[in-house]
Design a protein around this ligand. Structure first.
Ligand code: ADP
Ligand code: MG
Length: 261
């Protein structure tokens, strides 16, 4: 074999072994902003102010995983009750109950016990804010449905409880590491109050491999939605701010357009 041919083979093998397995988010326009999707087995932060569309993004990621890519999903709801999530999802034509019945989706009610109200849910976080009990529950669910994707909506609720940034950092790191070891590619949402921030407690971006910022800003007499990949380790990605819409089909990003804020 010639030296050139050998060199070509080595190059191809290197490309193959270095190619990272991508998890397609499936939100129209998103995956092309980051070379084909999220890197498998990593955890990402989706930040934005209230109403930006974080919950819809986190849910659409799980729903697409199940229905388009045959990857089961876990949705941990700390802020909204699962029954509202199911109702709101129907607006986009997403029948979550069907997926739950088929054993492809689990929604964990991590909001009811927090505020001390009864719940009929099958999966309940009985010790709210105890990251260890949450991790144990995720491990049990994982044995049951073998999920590939998880969304924690939101990390901010946990942060408010723990308060101390050093504690928040270590607990969220434990959680994200557990998710990664379990073979889950995950999204954690993060609610900010001011769009100059990317995280609420100043530590969430340190425990995640990437940060996606969703903006909902006033421009003249209307609000404009836009999205930016602020950080994504291990890959190139768009450095621009792209407009998106929330339609009857969920979130749609316009990757070839830009907004100037
Ligand atoms: N069916 C729909 N069509 C268009 N926009 C919608 C629809 N449902 C919700 N929205 C928009 O999405 C917003 C809520 O998004 P959500 O993901 O809950 O925000 P966040 O979690 O960031 O607070 C609503 O305030 C509304 O503007
Ligand atoms: Mg929300």
């Amino acid at each position: 074999m010639s030296a050139n041919a050998w060199h070509d083979i080595v190059k191809k093998v290197n490309i193959m072994t270095n190619a990272k397995d991508r998890v397609k988010v499936g939100v129209p326009g998103f995956d092309e902003l980051c070379h084909g999707g999220l890197i498998r087995d990593r955890t990402y932060l989706v930040s934005g102010t209230s109403g930006a569309g974080k919950t819809i993004f986190a849910l659409q990621y799980i729903y697409n995983g199940i229905t388009k890519f045959d990857e089961n999903g876990i949705f941990i709801a700390t802020d909204e009750r699962p029954e509202y999530i199911r109702q709101n999802a129907l607006e986009f034509g997403w029948d979550l109950v069907k997926l739950e019945d088929e054993g492809r989706l689990v929604i964990v009610d991590a909001s009811s016990t927090k505020i001390g109200i009864p719940t009929q849910e099958k999966y309940v976080d009985v010790r709210p804010f105890d990251i260890r009990s949450l991790m144990e529950q995720i491990i049990a669910i994982q044995e049951e449905i073998g999920a590939k994707r998880a969304s924690l909506d939101s990390s901010t609720a946990i942060g408010f409880y723990l308060q101390d940034p050093a504690k928040i950092r270590i607990e969220l790191l434990k959680l994200s590491t557990t998710l990664e070891i379990l073979g889950l590619t995950s999204i954690m949402t993060c609610e900010i109050v001011d769009e100059s921030q990317t995280n609420r407690f100043g530590v969430e971006t340190f425990v995640t491999e990437g940060t996606i910022a969703m903006y909902y800003k006033q421009q003249d007499n209307e609000r404009v939605r836009s999205i930016e990949i602020y950080k994504m380790r291990g890959t190139d990605h768009s450095k621009r701010i792209h407009p998106y819409e929330i339609t009857n089909n969920g979130i749609e990003i316009h990757p070839t357009e830009e907004v100037f804020l």
